[in-house]
Write a protein that binds this ligand. Structure first.
Ligand code: SF4
Length: 455
């Protein structure tokens, strides 16, 4: 096993960015954590566990916090979800575990499951303990994992625990994909993501960074490894398709978030329009505020009822001072060299309910535009001769095992579901890791059976 790499030491986060993006939900101290843990009813057949895509045994880890067994609590979490740290911060708990808490039925505040999970994980890190798992006995098998995000990380951990070599290939300078570069710093810090990855490195997961896998390289990896896992995530954010899109000052939400997290972006234009109304759009709007914008406007072609962002994200953006323009669509971006304005057109409902352009036209004066109108799939290289089936750009898998239509390929996360939560990617990666191990074991059994028969 190679020496573990310490990615946390390579963190580019500056003190200034850390100060501008403090924790949205600061962690519990010991007293608050124990008091919160003691409110739990420790339900049998707990709905919170059922609502968690990775099925963490929530009452069990909370009970261990109440009894002071923090190492045991962290182990319970990690056993089900190896990225328990990042999920504790990034999960929209209001619509997952916490949303299912039975205390809602009694008109009581639900247990703060995410913050308790974070408390257990932070305590593990603060104790300096290593991951409470060891690699399985070496099977001599290896798997190439394409993309270094949460699906690949979870898959790799399952493989290492079963003695299978796991090599992750990622185009970025640091591992973690969305966890490291794509989630608002006030939810999941880049350092927390890297700290978690350092633990996986101790488990023997290997990373090949700054490595873009194209069709030719994929063929080489397929030949060199016993299986391939596709954890590609999603591709670039869609373009608007209007004039002026190439002007200085036009960016997209993911580049903005990755830019400030990695230290490349430290300020914002004064007046910013964010186009889109999903959770990532909200993160980009809030980021613009925190980077110094004085006026941030979200522009959306429908109304607040149709926005895909969660309600609590919408409320958060309003608190940050973001304003919203509903039922408008961008027509063009004005400016000579850099953005000077966004031309908008009002939309109104027609008789059949569809939105049609109204007469009103105006230009919103802005110095920066952030696109956040959904991401493309980037599995193009798979469609060039590969036997991995795609449907509307998504990799088709057997949901139970993660196996694709090419038995040597497995997949999970956003490239298979079009973009869901980190915890969904973790659940996919975990299932695929088990699926790959089972498939490799079956292959070996067939080969061994064949060689016994030959003898
Ligand atoms: S992983 Fe996320 S959904 Fe599951 S229990 Fe933890 S915070 Fe809740």
């Amino acid at each position: 096993m190679s020496e573990p790499t310490h990615y946390l030491q390579q963190s580019p986060v500056s003190p200034e960015i850390a100060a501008r993006f403090p924790d949205l939900h600061p962690g519990f101290d010991k007293q608050a954590a124990v008091a919160e843990a003691n409110r739990c009813l420790y339900c049998f057949d707990a709905p919170c566990t059922g609502a968690c895509p990775t099925h963490i045994d929530v009452p069990r880890f909370i009970k261990k916090i109440a009894s002071g067994n923090l190492a045991g609590s962290a182990r319970t979490i990690l056993d089900a979800n190896i990225l328990g740290e990042s999920c504790s911060r990034a999960c929209p708990v209001e619509v997952l575990c916490q949303g299912a808490c039975v205390l809602h039925r009694y008109n009581k505040k639900p247990i703060e499951i995410g913050r308790l999970q974070r408390y257990a994980m932070d305590s593990l890190h603060a104790s300096g303990a290593v991951l409470p798992f060891t690699p399985g006995a070496d099977t001599g098998k290896s798997v190439a994992l394409i993309g270094g995000g949460p699906a690949s990380l979870a898959c790799a951990a399952e493989l290492r625990r079963r003695g299978i070599r796991a090599e992750i290939y990622d185009a970025r300078a640091l591992p973690g994909g969305l966890n490291t570069y794509g989630i608002a710093e006030y939810k999941l810090t880049l350092d927390a993501s890297l700290r978690e990855i350092d633990m996986l490195s101790q488990l023997g997961v290997q990373f090949h960074l700054n490595t873009t896998v194209d069709a030719a390289m994929l063929t080489e990896l397929e030949a060199a490894h016993d299986a391939v896992f596709l954890g590609l995530g999603l591709g670039a954010i869609h373009k608007l398709g209007v004039t002026g899109e190439a002007l200085d000052g036009v960016t997209n939400a993911l580049d903005l978030i990755a830019g400030y997290k990695s230290g490349a972006i430290t300020s914002s234009p004064a007046r910013v329009a964010v186009i889109g109304a999903g959770n990532t759009a909200i993160d980009a709007a809030n980021a613009s505020v925190r980077l110094g914008a004085t006026e941030v406007t979200m522009v959306y072609r429908r109304g607040p009822e149709q926005m895909s962002a969660f309600d609590f994200e919408y409320e958060h953006a309003k608190q940050e001072g973001v304003r919203f323009l509903w039922h408008v669509q961008p027509v063009s971006i004005k400016g000579r060299k850099a953005v000077e304005g966004l031309e908008l057109q009002a939309l109104e409902a027609s008789a059949d309910g569809s939105l049609v352009p109204a007469d009103a036209h105006w230009t919103l004066p802005v110095d920066g535009i952030v696109l956040a109108i959904g991401q493309a799939t980037h599995s193009d290289f798979l469609s060039t001769g590969s036997t991995v089936q795609l449907e509307r750009g998504r990799v088709v898998i057997d949901r139970a095992s993660g196996q694709t239509t090419n038995p040597k390929y497995f997949a999970g996360g956003d490239c298979t579901n079009g973009g869901r939560e980190v915890v969904d990617a973790v659940a996919d990666g975990k299932r695929a890791g088990m699926g790959i191990a089972a498939w490799l074991a079956a292959q070996s059994a067939v080969q061994n059976g064949g060689s016994h028969a030959d003898a």
